[in-house]
Design a protein around this ligand. Structure first.
Ligand code: PMP
Ligand code: GLN
Length: 381
């Protein structure tokens, strides 16, 4: 068969999680918590199942959940969105991104992505017949290189995909950078997908600068989030996309033929939990910052070098002082097999990795004992 995605293999997340399972290594690779979501949330699923909420949800998502999302957006970002014409519940942020890309990108269009970039973007663009133009973020802090972005724009640019807080680096896009982006693309027919799945995982007292709070950018944007990250239930694969009515209408045309709707009892449970615990999202930064700080404090006893991640549940670390002779894929395999800690190499998120990149990504969404055990091993490397 002539593959439509000849460059796509098994994702690094599957590869590393499998290797961790085979070798018995502590799995700090694929991003997911090793603790459960809130008990009340999990119990609510059972209630909805037993109450007979087991048939198709509306194509756009359960009204009760869209209402909660609208209220959260109003509280967090001060924007009133219309739950009927602007919010669509999807089976995961991944499906939201895929549908938005299919709705917006035409054959021959160019899509700007920032490297290192999340691995689902490029295949989605390729299946739509578009082409990704990769703009590397500036090292060491993974900030937008404005000159390179300006150079990458062309008459064929149709879409820019933003991701803040950024996977894998944790870097944040600031409000003034959003302003700068708005100035740069003013007058051009360019859309945005803003992947904000880690919107509530931002540390050190910093406020997440959401495209939802930016009038000018929101007018051309699909803003994507994931309940999986926010409620510690990545396996529920439930997310949402917020976009102005005309854009929502287009992406819903795709969504209704990719899956039609998300899982009904999960949506019901999330709506109940959000209504009862509106403060959950406000407690998340402190909850995860304590994990980041514990892990980083313990890692100070190792030969890894790092600066603390500003957001997400990922921490990058440079291993030049340990095994500069290994590239990061070799290093991740070596750490997993020989030292019992599985990580993600950063170069796999690049089209062209910077020469000499010596970074691995650790997921710190783990119980304290897991982080302690992993750090103990890492300090012996
Ligand atoms: N975007 C980014 C940057 C992610 O890290 C993830 C997590 N897998 C996703 C999208 C997908 O989220 P979901 O599991 O809800 O599809
Ligand atoms: N987003 C998760 C990560 O970055 C993985 C998601 C997946 O396995 N597809 O680790």
């Amino acid at each position: 068969i002539q593959s439509k995605l000849p460059n796509v293999g098994t994702t690094i997340f599957t590869t590393m999680s499998q290797l961790a399972a085979q070798t018995g290594a502590i799995n700090l690779s694929q991003g997911f918590p090793d603790f459960d979501g809130p008990q009340a949330l999990r119990e609510a699923v059972g209630r909805h199942v037993m109450a007979g909420h087991n048939q198709y949800a509306p194509m756009t998502g359960l009204p009760a959940l869209r209402e909660q999302v609208a209220q959260k957006i109003a509280r967090s970002y001060g924007r009133q969105v219309d739950m009927d014409s602007e919010i669509t519940i999807t089976p995961g942020a991944t499906e939201a991104i895929f549908c938005a890309v299919q709705a917006l990108v035409r054959p021959g269009d160019e899509v700007i992505v920032f490297d290192p970039c999340y691995d689902s973007y490029e295949p989605s663009v390729e299946l739509a017949g578009g082409r990704c133009v990769h703009v590397p973020l500036a090292l060491p802090d993974f900030s937008i290189d404005w000159q390179r972005l300006a150079d990458a724009l062309s008459p064929r640019t149709r879409l820019i995909i933003l991701n803040s807080p950024h996977n894998p680096s944790g870097a944040l896009i600031s409000r003034s950078e959003l302003d700068q982006l708005a100035r740069l693309i003013r007058g051009f027919d360019i859309y945005l997908i803003s992947d904000e799945v880690y919107e509530h995982l931002v540390y050190d007292g910093v406020q997440h600068a959401s495209v939802l709070a930016h009038e000018e950018l929101y007018a051309r944007a699909c803003v994507v989030s994931s309940f999986g990250k926010t409620y510690h239930v990545t396996g529920w694969k439930t997310g949402y996309v917020v976009a102005p009515p005309a854009l929502s209408m287009e992406l819903r045309k795709v969504h209704q033929f990719v899956t039609f709707c998300g899982v009904t009892p999960l949506q019901g449970a999330l709506a109940d939990y959000m209504a009862a615990h509106p403060g959950h999202v406000d407690e998340l930064p402190a909850f995860y910052q304590a994990k980041r700080d514990l892990f980083c404090d313990l890692l100070k006893g190792s030969r890894f070098t790092f600066s603390r991640s500003p957001g997400t549940y990922f921490q990058l670390a440079d291993y030049s002082a340990i095994r500069a002779d290994l590239d990061d894929v070799e290093m991740s395999l070596w750490l997993t097999r020989e030292h019992g800690v599985a990580t993600i190499p950063v170069s796999v998120f690049y089209q062209t990795p910077p020469a000499g990149l010596r970074l691995v990504r650790f997921c710190f969404a783990k119980r304290e004992e897991t982080l302690r055990q992993a750090a103990e091993k890492l300090c012996r490397v």
